[in-house]
Ligand binder design. Structure first.
Ligand SMILES: *[C@@H]1O[C@H](CO)[C@@H](O)[C@H](O)[C@H]1NC(C)=O
Ligand SMILES: *[C@@H]1O[C@H](CO)[C@@H](O)[C@H](O)[C@H]1NC(C)=O
Ligand SMILES: *[C@@H]1O[C@H](CO)[C@@H](O)[C@H](O)[C@H]1NC(C)=O
Length: 353
């Protein structure tokens, strides 16, 4: 007897899902006939085990891009019908294949206009931050070599997470040995994970809160077909690492990845991993387009700019920008626009709790 009620509720629920799905199919079918493909077979971030998206030939980003939005079953499509998703269930988020490109900076594409718009953007902070260095926390007052700035203002979550020792830093690097920022974050109470493919063993713990992992973060998981040949190169997407480590949140993501930052950032945006991050501190490189970024110069700059605008759409605000005058003063292989090849940019996720 008591088993009957859950059973009936279960079948009612299934019926309810079925009719919701039918409703959605009919709706989509009116506009496009792609309903049969709406099966859970496309790559979807956060849905089950992560899989590498099928990678077609790299498209020149300049072409007019279609953004494919895979609309999952909508929650609450029929009010009062479907019970809410169980907590901890799979995230149902639209997965996109391409970022939305911003309009050109000028009526006819021109490198000058693109460059001026982009350089102005990365040189202008969007929100003010009063407390930007760890020395203000007391303790070690060592000055870090690079301006890796985090925002410790009370209105953002980081300072509270540091005080309650819940803070977590992920640092992506490529074997450069400057780790002062990581060390001081660990000293101030953060759990620090440094991903560095050049270290000798798979995991090294240094001190109470500082770990090194022999992993490099990429914008795609290795293709399973060729994984056997490259077992030594342990490359993963950040979303995959988060899943494997069982981490929900990263308070600070630092990246100094020599031009891989653009595609990594794109991956974080497209898979919505960005929403799990509180602050971003990225070194960006503009002396060449970056790994797997293609197109003519104006197309490349428009793509960079569009990526940063996507961050803004996700409520990230630039609070610190630093132009590195010690690096070659180059912009897309030329000395132009008084630009440096390298900037360090810090954003805070204003929606971060
Ligand atoms: C660059 O490529 C885009 C798209 O392919 C094209 O519209 C644009 O005219 C090109 N820009 C320049 C300056 O050649
Ligand atoms: C750190 O911040 C304090 C004020 O909050 C400032 O006096 C000091 O110069 C800063 N140090 C560095 C290295 O930026
Ligand atoms: C070029 O950049 C430097 C450093 O940012 C700045 O001090 C200088 O005024 C700039 N020159 C021009 C002509 O804009």
């Amino acid at each position: 007897m008591p088993t009957e009620r859950p059973l009936r509720r279960g079948s009612a629920f299934r019926l309810c899902l079925l009719s919701a799905a039918l409703f959605l199919c009919l709706q989509l079918g009116v506009r496009r006939s792609w309903c049969p493909e709406e099966k859970p077979q496309g790559p979807a971030a956060g849905l089950g085990p992560p899989r590498a998206p099928p990678r077609g030939p790299p498209q020149p980003p300049g072409r007019r891009r279609v953004t494919y939005v895979r609309s999952g079953r909508r929650r609450g499509a029929e009010p009062g019908c479907c019970p809410p998703q169980p907590p901890g269930g799979p995230r149902r988020k639209a997965v996109r294949w391409h970022i939305d490109l911003q309009p050109w900076a000028s009526p006819t594409p021109s490198l000058t206009f693109e460059a001026l718009r982009f350089l102005k953007y990365i040189s202008t902070s969007q929100i003010s931050c009063e407390r930007m260095n760890l020395s203000s926390l007391g303790g070690d007052a060592e000055t870090t070599k690079k301006p890796w700035s985090v925002c410790l203002d009370e209105r953002f979550g980081l300072i509270h997470r540091i005080r309650s020792k819940q803070c977590r830093l992920y640092s992506l690097g490529l074997g450069n040995d400057d780790n002062q920022f990581e060390v001081s974050m660990a000293k101030s109470g953060c759990e620090v994970h440094r991903f560095d493919p050049s270290i000798k063993s798979a995991h090294i713990q240094e001190g109470r809160r500082l770990w090194y992992h022999r992993l490099s973060v990429d914008w795609r998981d290795p293709n399973p077909a060729i994984a056997a040949h490259r077992l030594h190169s342990n490359t993963k997407k950040l979303g995959t690492i988060l899943n494997e480590f069982g981490h929900q949140k990263i308070d600070v993501l630092k990246a100094d990845v020599e031009s891989a930052e653009w595609k990594i950032l794109e991956n974080l945006i497209l898979e919505d991993v960005i929403e799990q991050i509180g602050q971003l501190v990225f070194e960006v490189h503009i002396h060449w387009p970056g790994f797997e970024v293609s197109g003519n110069d104006s197309t490349v700059v428009r793509y960079w700019y569009s990526l940063l605008r996507e961050l803004e759409l996700k409520d990230f605000r630039l609070f610190h920008t630093y132009k590195d005058l010690s690096k070659p003063q180059m912009f897309l292989k030329k000395a132009a626009f008084n630009a440096s090849s390298c900037y360090t940019l810090s954003w805070v996720n204003t929606r971060w709790q």
